[in-house]
Design a protein around this ligand. Sequence first.
Ligand SMILES: CCC/C=C/C(=O)SCCNC(=O)CCNC(=O)[C@H](O)C(C)(C)COP(=O)([O-])OP(=O)([O-])OC[C@H]1O[C@@H](n2cnc3c(N)ncnc32)[C@H](O)[C@@H]1OP(=O)([O-])[O-]
Ligand SMILES: NC(=O)C1=CN([C@@H]2O[C@H](COP(=O)(O)OP(=O)(O)OC[C@H]3O[C@@H](n4cnc5c(N)ncnc54)[C@H](OP(=O)(O)O)[C@@H]3O)[C@@H](O)[C@H]2O)C=CC1
Length: 699
Amino acid sequence: MMYMCLGDQNFGVGENDRRYLGDVIMINPEGEDLAEGEAVPVCHMTGGHDVSCDDEDEDTYAVPSDIPFVENKGDENEVISAVRENDCLLLQQLAQKNVDFNSLCHCQWVPCTIRVQRGDFSRQLQMTGYAAIHVAVIHASIKTIKCLLTGGADINLRDSNRRSPLQLAAAVDRLKVVRLLIDKGDCDNTFLMAVFLLLTFHYEDLVRTLVESGADVNLPDIKGTTPLSFAVGHMYPSSNFGTDLTIIRILLDAGCDVDKSNPAGASALMLAAGLKLVPVIHMLLSAGANINKMDNAGHNAFHTAVAGQRNLSAMQTLMWNGAATHTSNKKGETPLDKALQFGSISILRLLLSADAAPHRHDIMTAPRIVQLRNYLPEFDAWLRQEMHEPRSLRRICHVSDMAVISSVFRSGLFKDRVAIVTGGGTGIGQAIALELLYLGCNVTIASRKVDRLEKAAKDMNSRLAKHLNAPLPKLNTFLNATFVQKKRNTVEVHGRLDFLVNNAGGQFLSPAANITLKGWSAVIDTNLTGTFLCCREAYTQYMKENGGTIINIIADMFKGFPLMSHTGAARAGVDNLTKSLAIEWADSGVRVNAVAPGSSIYSDTAAANYGSDDIFSFIKSRVPAKRYGTVEEISAAVCFLLSPAAAFISGETVFVDGGGKLYQNMLDIPDHQRSKAYTWENDVKEQESSGNCGPQSKL
Ligand SMILES: CCC/C=C/C(=O)SCCNC(=O)CCNC(=O)[C@H](O)C(C)(C)COP(=O)([O-])OP(=O)([O-])OC[C@H]1O[C@@H](n2cnc3c(N)ncnc32)[C@H](O)[C@@H]1OP(=O)([O-])[O-]
Ligand SMILES: NC(=O)C1=CN([C@@H]2O[C@H](COP(=O)(O)OP(=O)(O)OC[C@H]3O[C@@H](n4cnc5c(N)ncnc54)[C@H](OP(=O)(O)O)[C@@H]3O)[C@@H](O)[C@H]2O)C=CC1
């Protein structure tokens, strides 16, 4: 059986290589790639439209006027001549005489150059060694093609450049011919072809139809390339990327094997990693791709991401999802070795500052690195520090590791006051609870995990006992059932509630498109609804009559919160809630403020939530202060806002972020061409093409 080899030698993975389809060459509009002296008329057409048979009537003999013959250097056979003339009668006669419809003619033929308004590329199609079917699919009417097929033309016949009729029809955008050839059902590996068509011409419906009619979505081509690997391997972020993602979604939904490898052992994830296709990486991982699968040479996806260089976002995505970053390939090379070979500062920084590579002595002396160190003193200084004191040793202490407790505020500042700190058993919340206790406040910490709370309380009490030269305030724990109970308990025990710190919260990392309703609701409930309920109960049950101060811990989501859109939306809600409550409850003597920690407040529990601390080290590089924030720095801001020194501050959000809100976003946007400029010229064109020419409001 013959296969349609879409993964032919001309399909490389480089950006330029992807512009090749067999030897149908994409040329730029200036025609730079045309051979000298070649007079090739350019005909314009809109991308994706069939130029041959706008008329549905198959009997039409109209030759598509905008695909002219240009050159026919040499003799063609009589079948081809009949095709050129759309002479079905003659074709029938030739068939009756048993003339061979499949003989190849070795003339040179340049059928056309077509400028496709999809990107800025034209295509030139050159033919040698073609048969009547090849001429027909480019040039002739549907009826002529049918006559040919009836007369014995081979629907799969390759021209001397190994292009099938289907491939050629696709190359000149003859959608109806493509459909005819596929409908005939004789095409080899039709499904892979359809995937190709979707990628190249966005004929999404073809792929869907084939999936629905039971096409084998795992069928590899002759080289072992599966439709999924084919699709991933031929995407590139700068063009039609959103549409291209559709194919991955269709294939995954159709149940294709996400880990199926090609004969070299490479999986779709490895390809996506090598091509910096971060959204595809997310899609494949969500579909269960094995992140550490290795190819025959011992490379995993992280290796291919490193090999792709300038591919930091793909590397980060893989790191955050638990990729093995230290493993060697079969030649014994690790990703770090590659970074040293490339002399890539950014990869080296990423690997070392995320502890994703061992700090080996040969790093300083690798030849490319020595060159860079000589040339870039700042890099040299950074590397020396990194090698002298690896980040793992420099890591900010988690609050529970802190040997001492202190505060910049005067002792006894909050004596006999009563506070609830939600999420007070870990990280930021624990630091706040400890500082309040240290300043004389009675504190109830609340969260979901009773064991953790009790262990934290025991630990906090023993540390306070060592460092507080005053009677210990009361520290209670409260399992997070409902706030109503929590607050009653606090009031019963202490008879009052002065401060509420809504610190409990959190989220998971996920592209918005992958967040399920359940996941979305879990994050909104935890962060927004939970905070609202706590505020409402504190107010109605105590503060309305007695006054009080509320602090809501939110996050630095003011530039949007890509990959954490759910929490961004929830925290923006709390930011606004803070303002509303500050006004509504002002006349009860209640102040409500928010504190927005930057996204780099390291604590072990926060890091554990993401499976590793890579995300924190990544974010650290995007903070002007170029360091982690500390839990003490958040606690100090909270204590200030709770203190009388902030008596005139309400409805405010205080950022404790090392300047992060002014600086970089967390997500790099890949280069793309999806943003269409508005110009009057484009506007007029669009109106004309939609047939909407009359004067009217467009809004
Ligand atoms: C990064 C730098 C900035 C740092 C900021 C910080 O805040 S640091 C502080 C960081 N500290 C924290 O964030 C600590 C607190 N955070 C948490 O407890 C959770 O992240 C929570 C907020 C989702 C609450 O959870 P909960 O107990 O209310 O609910 P649940 O566990 O039962 O899940 C419900 C549904 O959510 C979905 N879903 C959940 N996880 C994932 C995921 N990884 N992937 C995908 N989806 C996920 C899933 O649909 C699940 O349902 P399913 O499919 O399983 O039936
Ligand atoms: N660390 C950082 O860089 C940043 C943190 N923040 C926010 O600061 C707050 C503290 O974070 P941090 O200390 O770093 O991280 P932690 O993961 O250590 O703290 C989250 C705390 O919230 C508690 N919690 C989570 N969900 C609930 C719930 N539904 N009901 C009651 N308690 C809950 C957890 O306890 P348990 O699991 O026992 O329920 C835990 O004590 C969070 O709101 C966080 O989102 C904001 C920006 C940046």
